[in-house]
Design a protein around this ligand. Structure first.
Ligand code: FMN
Length: 331
């Protein structure tokens, strides 16, 4: 029996379900090559921020307004920008990563609106990105927004406008902060996105009690944080029209196996790469293959989603009944 840990994600073929999530580690080709060597199935590049794109457009506008300057209709905007900018560097990162790697290269944009910048997705595609991940970073703390539906419409608008620009698969990386999370995820999965990354992990503020100022806390996740995406991957398996990618709290091979049992197509890792090094991906792949061998599985498909809410035959395991049972048993 030939055993394989290969998988597909958004229509792309991956040699492993372990994907390097977007972080500072994936912002240079040297690390990306090391990740490929360690056995990562794909890489998600460090995000470019919407604000960087918009700022670059404004700066270019200033240049274009110089006396005597004419902007030809067919001109590529990037013929007119400084090559030292974040935007241009990002396109170079995409291009050089695609040239250096065999594994799929997923570019990433961190955005909060559908204003002005969405054309830039096409530039990323033209540099050879195999897919694009949209990290939509909307905190539900805007008191001017009337209701949740308005917020959800913003997500749909961003996706719709980006999908008009590109033919490569697009995924969306989301936070768990939605009213009726399950229904919202199902609705967003029907917009044409090919993947859904559950979940994004926001910057968490803490206080310095001496200086009375805000400092970052818990920059890296802990394995305990995996419970949230595990639950929601298991609930959404079979209820979304796209692939599911697990993110947050996966620090070892057992975490990878659990997320696949819940229904994940791939598992993204970031914190553990900082804490234990890029080589930890190799250990994750080994553990996955070893566990499959012990349990007689030849492919991921044979066990993917078997512990998901709908496949378990006991959906209450994810709901209130289990909560009541566990808390009654605790003394
Ligand atoms: C230092 C650091 C930088 C990150 N930068 C990005 C980023 O640019 N874009 C993004 O979508 N996620 C970014 N993330 C979030 C990770 O991709 C991931 O979603 C999150 O850390 C949870 O996964 P983990 O538990 O494996 O770390 C970053 C995480 C860390 C720790």
């Amino acid at each position: 029996m030939k055993r394989t840990i290969e998988t597909t994600y958004m229509g792309l073929d991956l040699s492993s379900p372990v994907v390097a999530g977007s972080s500072g580690i994936t912002d240079n080709v040297e690390n990306l090559c090391r990740l490929e060597e360690a056995g990562t199935g794909a890489v998600v590049l460090k995000s470019l921020f919407e604000e960087e794109i918009v700022a670059e457009m404004r700066r270019t506008q200033v240049q274009m307004e110089r006396p005597g300057f004419t902007f030809p209709d067919t001109a590529d905007m990037f013929d007119y920008v400084d090559t030292e900018t974040g935007v241009v560097n990002y396109l170079e990162l995409v291009r050089s990563a695609r040239a250096a790697l065999k594994v799929p290269v997923i570019a990433s944009i961190n955005c909060i609106s559908a204003q002005k910048w969405t054309w830039f997705a096409r530039e990323i595609q033209e540099q050879g990105a195999d897919a694009l991940e949209l990290n939509v970073f909307l905190m539900p703390s805007d008191f001017e927004v009337e209701n949740g539906a308005v917020m959800e419409a913003r997500y749909e608008e961003i996706i719709t406008l980006v999908l008009r620009e590109v033919t490569i698969p697009v995924s969306i990386k989301l936070s768990p902060y939605f009213t009726l999370l399950g229904k919202t995820l199902a609705a967003l999965s029907a917009t044409g996105v090919r993947g859904m990354v559950l979940f994004n992990r926001f910057f968490s503020p803490d206080y310095d009690l001496e200086d009375l100022r805000i400092v970052p806390s818990n920059v890296y996740s802990t394995p305990a944080e995996m419970a949230l995406p595990l639950r929601w991957i298991a609930i959404m398996n079979g209820r979304v029209q796209c692939d599911l990618a697990a993110s947050t709290g996966v620090h070892d091979g057992d975490g990878v196996i659990k997320q696949i049992l819940a229904g994940a197509q791939v598992v993204q890792v970031a914190s553990v790469l900082y804490q234990r090094g890029i080589e930890t991906v190799t250990a994750m792949n080994h553990r996955l293959a070893q566990w499959m061998s012990e349990h007689g599985y030849a492919t991921l498909e044979e066990f993917r989603g078997t512990l998901s809410r709908d496949n378990l035959g006991n959906p209450a395991a994810y709901d209130r009944v289990q909560f009541v049972k566990n808390f009654r048993a605790m003394r």
